[in-house]
Structures are given as C-alpha cells and as structure tokens.
Write a protein that binds this ligand. Structure first.
Ligand SMILES: Nc1ncnc2c1ncn2[C@@H]1O[C@H](COP(=O)(O)OP(=O)(O)OP(=O)(O)O)[C@@H](O)[C@H]1O
Length: 269
C-alpha cells in the first residue's frame, strides 16, 4: 500500500526537554491511524510537527497529499454564525460550499446559531466540516471525541468511518482504547520519546496477550500469580496446592484488558 506520511528520525525538544527522540513512522494511504500515549507523551507535538505548525529539531517528514486539520483547542469568534464560518472558510479556500458534506455532518441543523451557542459536539462537527473544506486526502484529528456524550461519539465515529470509505487517510489522537479498537486500522504508542509499539490491535494483543494473572482462593487465603505460559503455570500451581493439602475454592484467570496492555506499554513497563 502507498504511503501517505513518512516520518524518519524525528527529534523535537522544548529547551532541554526531549519530547520526540528519533521517531520513524509510516502511515499508509487510506488507513485510520491512532497516536496513543499517556498525558504529555508528545502526541500533540508530533501531530503539530507533521501538520507543519511546529518546528522540529531534526529528521524528515514527507506528506503525500492535501492536508486538513482539526485542532484540539480550535476556536472561532463567539458571535460568528456556523454558516458564516463555513462560507468564510470556503472563500479562503476558493471552493464552493459542499452541501452534501455539510448535511452529512449535521451542520445545516444549526447553521444560524452563533459559535458561542453551540454545544461541544456541534463545535467539533463544525471544525471537522472546516477541516474537510479543501477536500483533503489526509485528515488530522486531535482527540476528536474528547468531551462528547455517547451519541456525539457514535455519530462522529460513523463520520470517520465514512471518510475512510471515501478513501481519506485519517490520523487521530485518542485516550479511548475502545474508540481505537472500533475505528483504527493501526496505532503507534508513544512512550519516553519513542514509539514503544506500532501495529494493529490484533498485533498488540498478540504482543501482550500471553501475560495472564491467576488468582487462586483457598480456605487459608488468596494467591496471585503472573504467567506467560498459562498451561504450565496452572498445572504446577494445582500440583503444589494438592501437595500442600489445600482445598481450592476458586480460580480466576485474567488475560488483562486492552486498556491494561496499553498502559503497560505506554508507561514503558
Ligand atoms: N510549547 C511548549 N513549550 C514547552 N513544553 C511543551 C510545549 N508544548 C508541550 N510541551 C511539553 O511537551 C510534552 C509533550 O506535550 P504534548 O502536548 O505533545 O503531549 P500529549 O501527548 O499531546 O499530551 P495530552 O495527552 O495531555 O494532550 C509535555 O511534557 C509538555 O509539557
């Protein structure tokens, strides 16, 4: 598959604080790609470097296609009506209004409302519409569903899926693993200035999926055991408990949620 973005040896510091320490990432055309990491890991910094909004110290970023950006903390003048903003952006970009796109994003429902009157979800949809104005090939979404209720989230997910179907490459940051699992083809986890994992959800599960926690409850207490080989460990534990003459009351085997796996990798454990 062709590349939409190719990043090599990217470094960025704020003063003495090294935030991106030599990143190599390829994003393929037409995929939904997530950037993950704990607060302060450098996701926004990386996005802004790719978008050309922030200078980086060294390395290379190649972008193949037209870019649209939805910033995390975008804002418009409070008294500007939604439709006025849309018309202004269309004029700037020298494009005709795309009523189909505006209708699909639900902008026409609140087009006469002033910006300050819009809900968080309506603002997000408006900013997405503005980002789509130039009909970009590559779309950057910085935490697109943060602060949205369930309905807003579901509707934005549907819009992102439709944009993918229309052939767009989408790069988003998120803290929500369920969202990433639902929407994204691949992801990169940033940790300590480096990429600690890059791949699909399936590959993430395969990488970390063999770490089990076994909890065994007996009359004399509860024992917790970590294992990479569930069959062997369980057999050894059962034999040990039998030899000690302890009656097992309950056994629980926990494979860990995707969220837990992510946190371990993101924290560099
Ligand atoms: N303009 C700046 N000047 C100095 N330091 C900054 C600046 N912007 C970000 N940083 C620092 O760089 C690090 C990475 O910040 P960044 O916002 O890129 O992280 P993030 O992963 O997007 O975090 P979050 O999940 O909280 O949005 C943080 O330690 C932050 O304090």
């Amino acid at each position: 598959m062709n590349e939409a973005i190719k990043i090599s040896s990217l470094k960025k510091s704020y003063g003495t604080h090294l935030v991106l320490n030599g990143l190599d990432i390829c994003v393929r055309q037409g995929e939904v790609f997530a950037l993950l990491g704990v607060n302060g890991a450098g996701k926004t910094t990386l996005l802004e470097c790719i978008e050309g909004l922030r200078k980086y110290d060294s390395g290379n970023i190649a972008i193949i296609g037209k870019v649209g950006i939805q910033l995390q903390s975008a804002s418009l003048p409070g008294h500007m009506k939604a439709l006025e903003a849309v018309k202004l952006f269309a004029k700037w970009n020298k494009v005709a209004l795309d009523n189909t796109m505006l209708g699909a994003l639900g902008i026409l429902d609140f087009s006469q409302k002033q910006y300050y009157q819009l809900s968080t979800g309506q603002k997000r949809r408006l900013h997405l519409a503005l980002a789509l104005m130039r009909n970009p090939d590559i779309l950057f979404l910085d935490e697109p569903t943060a602060g949205l209720d369930v309905e807003g989230r579901v509707s934005l997910h549907e819009q992102i899926r439709q944009l993918k179907e229309a052939g767009k490459t989408i790069i988003l940051t998120s803290h929500d693993m369920a969202e990433v699992e639902n929407l994204c083809d691949r992801m990169a986890i940033l940790s300590g200035g480096r990429i600690s994992f890059i791949g699909t959800i399936k590959q993430l599960n395969e990488t970390v999926g063999k770490h089990y926690t076994i909890t065994i409850q007996t009359e004399s207490g509860t024992g917790k055991y970590a294992s990479d080989n569930i069959g062997e460990t369980l057999l050894a534990l059962l034999t040990e408990y039998r030899e000690k003459g302890e009656t097992i009351l309950d056994i629980q085997i926990d494979r860990g949620s995707l969220e837990q796996h992510f946190m371990k990798i993101a924290k560099g454990e």
